[in-house]
Structure formats: C-alpha cells, structure tokens
Design a protein around this ligand. Structure first.
Ligand code: C2E
Ligand code: MG
Ligand code: MG
Ligand code: MG
Length: 277
C-alpha cells in the first residue's frame, strides 16, 4: 500500500519504520542499563481500612529515575518493555526487591500487612511463572500469605482460559489475587464467579466524580453489592477527597487507596509514615 502512494511516501514510511526499531533498540539498552545500575526504585502506596483507619496493605509501584531524562512514569516505559519482552525481568526485579523489603520490615517487628504486586499478563503467561514465584518466596523468606498479586481486569478477560488455570495454581500456594482497574474490562458475571480472586479494585475513573455523578454512584454501588454477594473484598483506587472516602465507607467499601491517605513513597518514607511496631 505504501508503494502505491509514490516513492516519496514509501521512503517516508520506511524511515519511520527504522526510527521505530531504533527507538526499540535504544529502549532495550536503556532498560538493561537501568536494571544493572539501580535506576529503578520500588515505591509503596498505603491501602487503608477506612472503618478502622488501619493500614491493611501496600501496593508496590515501580519508579524509574533516569540519569539524564529524570523521572519516567511507569506507563511511559512499561508498555514498550512489554512489547520488547523485558517486562518479565522488570516485574521480577520489583517482586524480589519488594519481597526482600517485606522480610526486613518483618524482622524489624512491624505489624504484618499485605504487599500487592502488579503483574503484567506476559509475566503471568510465562511458563515458569509459578516456579519463579515459589523460588522468590524461598529466597527472600517471604510468606505467601503476605503477598497479593494484582492483574488487570482487561488482561484477565482477554486471556481468560489461560489465566484461570494459572491463577488457581497461584491461589493454591496461599497467595491472594486481586483484579485491578475493575470496571474497565468487560468481565462477565459468570466469568467473575469462576475466577479464584479475592479482591476487586474499583478503577479510579469511577471514583473521580462521586458523589456528584449519578451514573458513577450507581456503578460503584453495583460493584460493592456484587462483591458482597460473591464474597470478595472491595477496594477503591484513586481516592483523593474526604467526600469520596465518606461516600465509599457509607456504602460499604471500606478498603481505600489514594492520595487522601498517602502517595506512593520510598521504603524509608513509608516506614516512617505508616509502619507501626
Ligand atoms: P495501577 O496498578 O492501577 O496503580 C495505580 C496508579 O494510580 C499508580 O500510578 C498510582 O501512583 C496512581 N494513584 C494512586 N492513588 C492516586 C490518587 O489518589 N490520584 C491519582 N491521580 N493517582 C493515584 P503509577 O505509579 O503511575 O502506575 C501506573 C500503572 O503502571 C499502574 O496502575 C500499573 O498498572 C502499572 N505499574 C506500576 N508499577 C508496576 C510494576 O511494578 N509492574 C507492572 N507490571 N505494572 C506496574
Ligand atoms: Mg495496581
Ligand atoms: Mg489500578
Ligand atoms: Mg491503572
């Protein structure tokens, strides 16, 4: 098709293509370099039981401090890392780093809370995923009941048959599964019933305009009711105001995560701000 548009267009197209592969090669090199040179850091964001005001867990979120370009947001490099096959190494690095941190906190005598790890579907699909998970637990001394894995709803649903078997294996190890970004990925209720999940995380997009937006209010109420009848824990993401938090708690969603309670922060800050002996 490019050829039929004339020679100039064709050249433009191929130049674009080589730019594209050039960028991918550069990105691969930068990510390799970043892994070797400790440019990545794990941040932790608190998850709160708003009924008791106690910390219930924390989500590990990767941060990239690039020496020249400064901070690069996860969504600006993870999708490409996924495409070029580097997401597994990166997710494994996050998992091991956060698990080691859990053990340190445990040895320091802090009350145990759950560590939530985000998982790319590529990582979950890796044939050795479960054995890698097991050896990470063994190597770090982390207990399975301290860990929860977050998989996004759209990823699970687009790979449903494969995912369900994998998630069952993981669940058998005693590790909890939570469905991230819930509401954005077209779960059918019958699928939801069959998945071995423990928690739904209501996506931030539904939380933003509550309690003013009537449709979002209706959606959130429906999700909470669904969780109750399927015996799932429900957590709302991206909670920024007292108004939002008040509405959620009143309507039965007591697990909350968002800037209102705390931004993602370094291990040192998290320890100082949230951990109690
Ligand atoms: P997510 O798992 O849904 O994580 C929640 C995102 O919302 C995080 O963005 C967090 O910083 C942000 N957030 C939390 N509370 C608030 C709030 O009150 N207001 C606002 N405006 N934002 C809030 P972040 O850290 O940029 O991460 C973006 C996404 O990147 C994550 O979405 C997750 O899908 C992915 N991600 C992050 N770390 C990892 C990782 O280690 N592995 C994988 N596979 N994915 C990761
Ligand atoms: Mg998440
Ligand atoms: Mg989310
Ligand atoms: Mg998200």
């Amino acid at each position: 098709k490019a050829k039929s548009m004339g020679k100039d267009n064709y050249q433009f197209y191929s130049e674009d293509m080589s730019n594209y592969s050039y960028n991918r090669i550069k990105m691969k090199q930068s990510l390799d370099f970043a892994l070797e040179n400790n440019e990545f850091e794990v941040y932790y964001q608190p998850q709160i039981n708003a009924k008791t005001n106690e910390l219930s867990g924390m989500e590990a979120l990767i941060r990239w401090n690039h020496p020249e370009d400064g901070y690069i947001a996860p969504l600006d490099f993870l999708p490409l890392a996924e495409e070029i096959g580097m997401i597994i190494e990166i997710d494994q690095w996050v998992m091991k780093t956060a698990m080691k941190q859990m053990l340190i906190w445990n040895e320091q005598g802090y009350n145990p809370v759950i560590l939530s790890l985000n998982l790319s579907i590529k990582h979950l699909q890796h044939e050795n995923f479960v054995s890698m998970l097991k050896s990470n637990l063994e190597e770090t001394g982390c207990k399975p009941e301290w860990i929860e894995l977050e998989v996004t709803e759209s990823h699970i649903m687009s790979n449903y048959e494969e995912s369900i078997a994998k998630l069952k294996e993981i669940n058998k190890l005693g590790i909890r599964i939570s469905m991230d970004d819930f509401g954005t990925g077209y779960s059918s209720l019958s699928h939801l019933k069959l998945l071995p999940i423990d928690k739904l995380k209501i996506d931030k997009s539904f939380v933003n305009d509550i309690p003013e937006d009537e449709e979002d209010v209706a959606i959130i109420k429906a999700i909470i009711a669904l969780c109750k009848s399927l015996d799932l824990t429900v957590l709302a993401e991206g909670v920024e105001t007292d108004k939002q938090s008040g509405f959620l708690v009143e309507n039965g969603c007591s697990y909350i995560q968002g800037y209102l309670y705390g931004k993602p922060q370094s291990n040192k800050d998290f320890e100082r701000n949230f951990l109690k002996s």
